[in-house]
Design a binder for this molecule. Sequence first.
Ligand SMILES: Nc1nc2c(ncn2[C@@H]2O[C@H](COP(=O)(O)OP(=O)(O)OP(=O)(O)O)[C@@H](O)[C@H]2O)c(=O)[nH]1
Ligand SMILES: [Mg+2]
Length: 442
Amino acid sequence: MREILVLQLGGFGNKMGVKFWEEMLKDSEFGNDNEQGNQNNKLLLNTSNIVYYNLHEKKPLPRCIQVDLGQDLPYSNIDFNPCNQFSFNYSSGNNFGFVKNHCSNEIIDILIDSIRQEIEKCDSFQGFQIFASIIGGTGSGLSAVLSQKLKDEYNSVITQCNLLVPSIKQNDTCVVSPYNAFLALNQLMESTQQLIFFDNQGLKQNLSRLGIQFDYDDANLHVAQTICCNSSPFRNPGDINSSLRKLSTNLVPFPELKLFTCSQSNNQFSDYYQEYLKMDEYQIFKELMSSDHNQASIDYTHGRFLTAALSLRGKISNKQIDKYNSLFQQYLENSTYYSRAQKAKKINGVNMFFTNICKKPLSNYEFFGSSIINSTSIAEQLNSLDEKFNKMHIRKCYMYKYTQEGIEEDEFIEAKSRVEDICRYYEDKYNEDVGEGHENWE
Ligand SMILES: Nc1nc2c(ncn2[C@@H]2O[C@H](COP(=O)(O)OP(=O)(O)OP(=O)(O)O)[C@@H](O)[C@H]2O)c(=O)[nH]1
Ligand SMILES: [Mg+2]
């Protein structure tokens, strides 16, 4: 059945996770027991048990593990399996090192045990989705330690990380976020296959475009809807049934380039909201590829698109989408992209789009779409993080806190060089494409 297990780690991971399951429950339409419903239920049993179990009982249970080191699991009306909820009596002190070298020793076996039990219940397990922020200590430390363990134990499965990362301009509430993010990325780059970045600055821009003042609840809903739509081709019958593995194949043209960002668009909050009827395949397409719908604060026009996976929900015509797929690629090649992002282009030689359409609408949106985009402009975000990291690292600020917890100086240097390497890979791809004698990466 290609089941997926969701791992919710730390404050953001769990709060966003609750929103995610609320959206998933709406999308799954459990409890419809008329005749039509019975037919649907059969289908549901086939598709929804990718993310739920216990479907034959009255209450489906989300297939997830919730972990926080403090006693901070958020309250929710959703029935979670209490055996998979773990909260402890630690305070991470915002410190990756403390989580990696202290807490995790004591709790990792408990977590792995419960993950093993979940996987034993599955027919054909396909992979993990991790939700965490790598800004604080818990999300960064646990995601690094767990992903390493999972790689060792379940080598053939795919792990997708949905990560809240430090913003480019905005300061985070946690001063050591560049250290935590670098140390976590160093591990995650090695042990996972897909890294999707969100940041609060990008989310804030998205919400303000919609006239909504930023708060965590709305930001989390935005992310949750996007992840829910991203994974809808796994769960819903469409023309092409997708999987985490198919996503990996289509989105990662070069092994090191596996960092993505996401966008979301729908008819109710489209730029064409005032002219509701104007929302069509082309409009949704453009919005999903535009920088101002991007949920991380990077600008696609500063780089090149490598690949993109679009997931579309609603009565959307395949024929139209195919047409726009090729039109759009031509536009990008000729750099006559629509007015708000004139310079966005694609890398030559890569077939860009992996598109899935599911005719069943998402909630009550007539059109809904999300995209996962691999663009060289992610190097901007890494460069900005690198700058913040270097400022502290040169003066060795706060480093004693990490060395006290057993993180050696070498680990910092290794993390720094790994992130800088990825940055360089992206920049090289960009420069290769721009060609000698033309503009270069700034
Ligand atoms: N969008 C969003 N951001 C959040 C949320 N909760 C925390 N953050 C941001 O994420 C960062 C801290 O992440 P948390 O997830 O709370 O940290 P943690 O993983 O629990 O780690 P520690 O508490 O340091 O052990 C802060 O910079 C917050 O700004 C949330 O619900 N939504
Ligand atoms: Mg916390």
